[in-house]
Design a protein around this ligand. Structure first.
Ligand code: WT7
Length: 637
């Protein structure tokens, strides 16, 4: 496998970026020529950000799985596509070659077909980190169904909301999942969700933990039984369904500043080209390298840089079922040593958590195979950056700090390993095709260097969000209406004297807890569902390991009784409604919230108090009842 679009020097990067801006059509046409198309496009890019309407490779026909699997069979058939490391280090690992993976995807695609799944149908996938998760994704893509993976940590209620929004009639799940010393009863969570979702026709259940599950006649079938049925049909092929470049590939739900998660839609052609292109360039992937991305496939990072990007490049992608700290905090380092991992792509929160264990768990593991380190999900603080650099990279591995979002599909701002310079806590420079722009509150461009502003992108890149499922207007207002003719990221950003970008965090009501995006409104809605809660306000505060943690101010009707028990009840409610990732870390009961005369909650004040900044609260004269601030300050938890 060779990558004609691979950028190998800073000069080539400069030239590629310039070409991509001067002649985007020409640039991406040439990149796209390295992929397999059933029919070439009629036009490379047509767009406006007003509607928005973005079409890449219009008229082209393809199937992404043909690019990720079939085209590698001749050259890489016996090479590992996926290496799977189970949760329990005592259990056997699995190596799945491109030929095996192709075979398994074809088999499961036939299972989906036999169960009535057709092109355009939505298939919800709720599984642990097992190879079958990647297989289910690819099988769905092979027959033109639209997959929507839900992270295994979400609650039944969250699943029901997503199933309803996507009108997904098919679910693929596991009996259970292993995560560290925990066993998560996935099928049972699905069963709870389905009480509200009678439109679901089929549930396909993979055996993993063999925990007892209920299997409803006519609706629930075992993965293994269905595979057997396909096998008795002989060895049928499942030719990839020809897709339009702009047909939807998947929906992935993510939080915004309103209560309801949005179904971000990515399409086949542009997403395929950009994930593979960015994978090869950012990580400087060399054929034969072992790439270990520690994210969960339930998030965009896993979609783009465990499954589609690496497989598009014919790479070897390591899938890890477990957690970084079980059975001990040396788990990552042991895996790197065991498989001679070359690229490690992880999150600042994981690095900070492992830093807390000192160097003991790092010692005794040979990390010399590592060539490139990567970080994603939140700003990486300098201390974590240096620890990662010195103790894991041993000072010889470039660190790529990759900034992007669920909506961007792939990495937009990052250094390229060993090609463009890194700078601690800076994502640095835009990839070719990406034109960042800083604007002030009024949408005026902030030019020059050493300036801060809201980060926007001026033009579409191939894997930009196309719509929010079932509600295009929501896509427009969320991303394209704040600043006319620009894509607004929701992030604040600083540009240094050399044009390097440093992401400073969200400027909207979105929290980033351990690299997971959570909307404050979503958490408030969940808290408010608890009987006894009158109203609530949620803000983030800095946390040493999680980056940000959740602080909830709650007006509670009946304050007699045990406050701690009430806190636990509220946490339980949030866990039920959203999932454990949205649990408030601190809960303070208050008699009222600081509101303006028009009834708007002044979060600025609540944020300050949560951060422990009690002195410089700022102007409180516009508050309806300034007295409430003193009470909140004095009872801070
Ligand atoms: C938000 C997107 C991209 C996959 C994981 C998260 C923050 C992401 C960085 C980075 C600083 C970052 C931003 C962004 N973020 N990467 N390298 N430096 N901040 O995807 O859940 O869609 O969240 O994560 O605030 O907007 P997501």
């Amino acid at each position: 496998m060779s990558y004609p679009y691979q950028i190998k020097t800073k000069e080539q990067y400069d030239a590629a970026w310039k070409k991509s801006v001067d002649d985007p059509q020409g640039y991406w046409d040439s990149v796209a020529s390295s992929f397999m198309w059933r029919k070439k496009c009629d036009s490379v890019l047509e767009w406006n950000f007003k509607d928005p309407d973005v079409q890449w490779f219009k008229g082209a026909k393809l199937n992404i799985t043909e690019n990720c699997l079939d085209r590698h069979l001749g050259t890489l058939g016996n090479k590992p596509a996926l290496i799977w490391e189970p949760n329990d280090p005592e259990e056997h690992h699995r190596v799945i070659t491109y030929r095996d993976l192709h075979h398994k995807v074809v088999q499961f695609a036939n299972v989906l077909k036999n169960n009535g799944v057709k092109k355009g149908d939505r298939v919800c996938i709720y599984m642990g980190m097992v190879p079958e998760l990647a297989i289910a994704i690819l099988a769905s893509a092979r027959i033109g169904a639209i997959h929507s993976v839900i992270f295994g940590g979400f609650s039944a209620q969250s699943i029901a909301d997503r199933l309803q929004d996507a009108q997904a009639e098919f679910v693929v799940t596991c009996d259970g999942a292993y995560r560290g010393n925990k066993e998560i009863p996935l099928k049972s969570v699905i069963d709870d969700a389905l009480v509200q979702c009678r439109f679901v026709k089929k549930v396909i259940v993979l055996t993993r933990t063999r925990t007892p599950v209920s299997m409803i006649k006519g609706r629930d079938v075992w993965w293994e039984d269905e595979i057997k049925k396909v096998e008795t049909m002989g060895n049928p092929d499942c030719p990839p369904v020809e897709m339009d470049a702009e047909d939807p590939l998947f929906i992935l739900y993510t939080s915004g500043s309103t209560g309801k998660p949005k179904g971000v839609v990515h399409t086949c052609g542009g997403y395929m080209v950009y994930t593979t292109y960015s994978f090869v360039n950012v990580f400087q992937y060399t054929p034969g390298d072992i790439h270990f991305c520690t994210a969960d496939i339930g998030w965009i990072t896993g979609h783009s840089y465990i499954v589609y990007g690496p497989l598009g490049a014919g790479a070897t992608s390591l899938v890890f079922e477990g957690v970084p700290t079980w059975p001990d905090a040396g788990r990552f380092w042991k895996i790197i040593d065991k498989y001679k991992v070359n690229i490690l792509y992880t999150a600042p929160t994981a690095i900070r958590s492992l830093m807390g264990y000192g160097l003991g768990p790092v010692h005794g593991h040979d990390l010399s195979s590592l060539k490139v380190l990567g970080s994603v999900g939140e700003p990486i603080n300098e201390e974590a950056w240096h620890w990662f650099d010195e103790n894991i990279g041993k000072g010889k591995c470039p660190i790529v700090d990759t900034w992007w979002q669920t909506e961007t599909g792939g990495i937009l701002i990052s250094n390229m390993a060993g090609v463009t310079p890194s700078k601690p806590s800076y994502a640095t420079l835009p990839l070719p095709g990406v034109e960042p722009m800083l604007v002030d509150e009024n949408g005026n461009e902030i030019t020059g260097n050493n300036v801060s502003g809201n980060l926007c992108i001026r033009r579409p890149w191939p894997s930009i969000i196309r719509t929010t499922y079932g509600d295009h207007e929501r896509c427009r207002t969320n991303y394209f209406a704040t600043y006319p003719d620009l894509y607004f990221t929701g992030d604040g950003c600083f540009r240094d004297e050399e044009g390097n970008y440093r992401i400073t965090g969200r400027v909207d009501d979105v929290l980033n807890v351990s690299g997971h995006r959570i909307g404050t409104a979503e958490v408030e809605n969940a808290i408010n569902m608890h009987a006894g809660v009158v109203e609530s306000a949620v803000v983030g505060y800095p946390h040493d390991v999680k980056g940000q943690a959740i602080y909830a101010y709650i007006v509670y009707g009946n304050t007699h009784g045990d406050e701690d028990l009430t806190r636990q009840d509220i946490v339980q409610t949030v866990t039920r409604i959203i999932g454990a990732i949205a649990k408030p870390d601190k809960i303070q009961f208050v008699s009222g919230l600081p509101k303006t005369r028009s009834g708007k909650i002044m979060r600025r004040i609540l944020r300050k108090i949560a951060e422990g900044e009690l002195e410089n609260i700022g102007d409180t004269s516009t508050l309806l009842d300034p007295g409430v601030v003193d009470e909140i300050k004095s009872r801070r938890v």
